[in-house]
Design a protein around this ligand. Structure first.
Ligand SMILES: Nc1ncnc2c1ncn2[C@@H]1O[C@H](COP(=O)(O)OS(=O)(=O)O)[C@@H](OP(=O)(O)O)[C@H]1O
Length: 334
C-alpha cells in the first residue's frame, strides 16, 4: 500500500488565463438551454457538458498527465460518487488514519479526492494519494489515462433514481445562486423529457454507461464496473473488491479486527450525513454556493417512485434498455 502514497502526481494546474482559450472555443459549440437559465449545456465529443465542467475537461485533455499508479473514480453525476470517494479514500489511507482521525470526519469526500474537470489535480485536504474523481465520459478522458493503463472504478445507478437525484441537486443549486438575476428551473416533467433526449450534464446517460461498460469488458483488470444498488445490498463484498482492485486487500487480521465494518459504518449515509462538516459546510462556487448537505439527500434505492409516475419511469427504462441492447448490460437485471 505504501507505493500508493509514493506515486508521483504530475499535472499543470489550470488557471483563469489557461482556461480562456477554452471559453472561446466553447462559445462556438452547439448549445441547449438545458435545465435552467444558469446552466447552458454545450455539445462536445457527443456529450452535453456544462461550460464550467467542459473548460476543466478540455484543459485536462490537453494537459493532464496520468501516471500508471493513478486510480480514477468515474461516474455520471448523482450515481453515488460521494460515497465511493469516502469508501475508496478510507480503504487506501487505512494504515495512515484510523476511524478517529481520518480527514473524512472533517471534510466533504469531494474535498479529500480532487475532481479532474474542476482542474483540482491535487487534493485540498489529506495526503497526496493518486486518487481522482471524474464525471468525464470514457471516450472524452485525457488520452494519458487510457495509455498509461491506470485503474478506473466506474459506478452507475438506476437511471430513474439518478435522474430524480440530479433534478433535486440542480434545483437546490439554482435556489442558492448568487447571480442576482432571476433564474428559471425546469419542472420535473420537462427535465425528464430532456434527460430522455440525452440532454443533461454529461449526458446521454446511456452513452456514459456504455463507454465504461464496453471498456470494462475489454480491460477487466483495469476497469472495475460497479452498481450503486449492489453497493447498497452487498456493501462488504464491494468494499473487499475495491481493496483488492486497488492492490491493498484486507489482511485476515484486519478482517478479524473489524476494519471492513469500521469503514462501512464511517462511510454509511447515516454517518456521513450526520457529520458536522456535511450538515453545515458549503462549497463556494462562482455563481453561489452548494451546501454540503445537498450531497446527502436520501441515499435510497427506488426513491424515484415518490416523484415519477409509472409511465415516466417506464419511458426512461425503455429508452435505456433500447440504447443498451446488445451490450450485455441491463439496468433491469440484478
Ligand atoms: N454514504 C452514502 N451512501 C449511500 N448513498 C449516498 C451516500 N452519500 C451520498 N449518497 C447519495 O448519492 C447521491 C449523490 O450522488 P453523487 O455523490 O454521485 O453526487 S455528485 O455527482 O457528486 O454531485 C444522492 O442520492 P439521492 O439521495 O437519491 O439524491 C446521495 O444521497
Amino acid at each position: 500500500m505504501e507505493s500508493l502514497f509514493n506515486s508521483k502526481l504530475i499535472a499543470s494546474k489550470n488557471t483563469p488565463e489557461s482556461l480562456h482559450k477554452y471559453e472561446v472555443k466553447i462559445s462556438t459549440l452547439p448549445k441547449e438551454n438545458g435545465w435552467s437559465s444558469m446552466m447552458t449545456l454545450r455539445s462536445y465529443q457527443h456529450f452535453w457538458f456544462h461550460s464550467f465542467f467542459l473548460k476543466g475537461a478540455m484543459h485536462a485533455q490537453d494537459h493532464f498527465q496520468a501516471q500508471p499508479g493513478d486510480i480514477f473514480l468515474c461516474n455520471f453525476m448523482k450515481t453515488g460518487c460521494t460515497w465511493l470517494k469516502a469508501l475508496s479514500f478510507s480503504i487506501i489511507t487505512r494504515t495512515h488514519f484510523d476511524d478517529s482521525n481520518t480527514p473524512i470526519r472533517n471534510a466533504l469526500p469531494h474535498d479529500c479526492i480532487p475532481m479532474l474537470e474542476f482542474g483540482e489535480y491535487y487534493s485540498p485536504t489529506g495526503p497526496k494519494i493518486p486518487l481522482y474523481g471524474s464525471h468525464i465520459p470514457y471516450t472524452c478522458l485525457p488520452k494519458s489515462i487510457i495509455h498509461s493503463r491506470c485503474k478506473i472504478v466506474y459506478l452507475c445507478r438506476d437511471p430513474k433514481d439518478t435522474f430524480v437525484s440530479m433534478w433535486h441537486y440542480f434545483k437546490r443549486m439554482v435556489e442558492t445562486n448568487k447571480t442576482g438575476k432571476e433564474v428559471s428551473f425546469v419542472s420535473i416533467e420537462e427535465a425528464i423529457d430532456l434527460f430522455c433526449r440525452g440532454v443533461s450534464s454529461f449526458g446521454p446517460y446511456w452513452d456514459h454507461v456504455l463507454g465504461y461498460w464496453k471498456a470494462s469488458l475489454e480491460h477487466p483488470e483495469r476497469i472495475l464496473f460497479l452498481r450503486y444498488e449492489a453497493m447498497k445490498e452487498e456493501t462488504e463484498s464491494c468494499v473487499k473488491k475495491l481493496a483488492e482492485f486497488f492492490g491493498c486487500p484486507f489482511s485476515l487480521e484486519e478482517e478479524r479486527g473489524g476494519k471492513i465494518e469500521e469503514i462501512i459504518e464511517l462511510c454509511s449515509f447515516e454517518s456521513l450525513s450526520n457529520l458536522e462538516v456535511n450538515k453545515s459546510g458549503k462549497q463556494v462556487k462562482k455563481d453561489g454556493y452548494m451546501e454540503n448537505s445537498a450531497y446527502f439527500r436520501k441515499g435510497k434505492v427506488g426513491d424515484w417512485r415518490n416523484y415519477l409516475s409509472d409511465e415516466m419511469g417506464n419511458r426512461l427504462d425503455n429508452i435505456m434498455e433500447d440504447k443498451l441492447t446488445g451490450s450485455g448490460f441491463s439496468f433491469l437485471n440484478k
